[in-house]
Design a protein around this ligand. Structure first.
Ligand SMILES: Cc1ncc(COP(=O)(O)O)c(C=O)c1O
Length: 383
């Protein structure tokens, strides 16, 4: 079935976080990470059918969704999980908070890469847990772990290693070898691992595959909490459904200590959408990835042709982590906003001097945004 990702969608007035912040302004918002595409028809149909039943009472996690997740992990990653290892969550972010609070004691210490999606750090700050940010480095055009930096950040009280794979904002798909070395480090130092894999199905480079770190070996699985959700790849984060996969029973018990106190279940629409996404939206996902590749290539070409900007190749995600160090400008986010494009400021992810651009939008809008960004850059030279 053909899908038209160029079809204009007006999100004004839909309570969209991304759009309503700039309501009434001539601003193209390419910041928070959802896309401007309608969710797959199969997902919308499943939600519609659930709505039409009319009773929206308390809901049990559907057994068939547990089975569908387990089957998908096996099919995509040759990772055999038991459906009972799955703990449902309303979003991946609550899972990061649970990890910070329940996988570490108050005096424990965590390691987390930088730059990184900001909710990891926020989870540790709110939980009042100590941490060290381990700078990722660019090697062969990819943001990767610096293994010496990782070792140097370790403390006797280090207990938890946070991982974001594929990486937001750097766009890296970590290779099996890179993950094996990371896992070996975690095992050697008896660290638990919390791996956020929400972008695992937004792989733009053909022939590459996602490797869940927990799938590497039983001793890695036993110390891991893997967070995932279809709401990013199939674009229904507003309906909220996510989960943690935790093999070890004691770890699962610790992770879920305050379930139903501070953390609720997903919405019934989240369950219905997730099941439909996994069962019936494979061709939609393939078509979306093809479209996103085209957008990624546009952004990469634009950055290559624009003096003052640089960008590593985006292997996965619909996010471009653009280095503006070559611009004579202290606040690139403010510069681009002044020229009508709202991007995420790099500081948010631990990278001042960078901006993060969300290219999950209709191509015509992306092209307009890039034209505005080109004018913004030119304006810094004509001062
Ligand atoms: C790495 C990462 N984790 C989690 C989230 C948000 O997850 P959720 O909406 O399921 O809480 C995002 C959204 O941008 C993300 O990029």
């Amino acid at each position: 079935m053909p899908y038209d990702f160029d079809a204009p969608v007006d999100r004004a007035g839909t309570w969209s976080l991304r759009w309503d912040r700039h309501a009434g302004e001539d601003v193209i918002p390419l910041w928070v990470a959802d896309t401007d595409f309608r969710a797959p028809p199969a997902v919308l149909q499943a939600m519609r059918e659930r709505l039409e039943h009319g009773v929206l009472g308390y809901t049990m996690p559907p057994g068939e969704l547990r089975e569908a997740i387990a089957a998908r992990m096996e099919r995509l990653h040759r990772w055999k999980i038991h459906p009972d290892w799955i703990v449902f969550l309303p979003g991946v972010v609550p899972g990061l908070h649970l990890a910070a609070r329940h996988l570490m004691a108050t005096r424990d210490h965590a390691l987390l890469p930088r730059p990184l999606y900001h909710h990891f750090k926020r989870a540790l700050d709110l939980a009042q847990r100590a941490y060290t940010e381990v700078p990722l480095v660019v090697s062969d055009g990819r943001w990767v772990f610096d293994e010496r930096g990782l070792a140097a950040s370790l403390r006797p009280e280090s207990r938890l290693l946070f991982l974001c794979n594929p990486q937001n904002p750097g766009g890296t798909i970590f290779t099996r070898g890179e993950l094996e070395r990371l896992a070996e480090f975690a095992v050697r130092h008896d660290l638990r691992i919390c791996s956020d894999e929400i972008h695992s199905e937004i792989l733009l480079d053909r022939g590459r595959s996602h490797v869940p770190i927990a799938s590497l070996a039983p001793e890695v699985s036993r110390r891991s909490v893997t967070l995932n959700s279809p709401n990013k790849a199939f674009n229904f984060p507003g309906a909220g459904c996510a989960w943690a996969i935790v093999e070890d029973e004691a770890l699962r018990k610790a992770f879920t200590a305050d379930h139903h106190a501070t953390i609720h279940d997903p919405s019934v629409f989240g369950y219905a959408g997730s099941l439909a996404a996994y069962r019936d939206a494979g061709d939609w996902l393939d078509a979306q990835l093809e479209y996103l590749r085209g957008n990624r290539d546009r952004v990469e070409r634009f950055v290559r042709d624009t003096p003052g900007l640089s960008l590593q190749h985006v292997e996965a995600t619909y996010l471009a982590w653009i280095d503006c160090a070559g611009l004579p400008c202290a606040d690139p986010q403010a510069l681009f906003l002044k020229h009508g494009v709202a991007l995420s400021p790099g500081e948010q992810f631990g990278g001042p001097g960078f901006v993060r651009l969300n290219f999950g939008t209709q191509r015509a809008r992306l092209v307009r945004a890039l034209e505005r960004m080109a004018s913004a850059v030119s304006s810094t030279r004509s001062r």
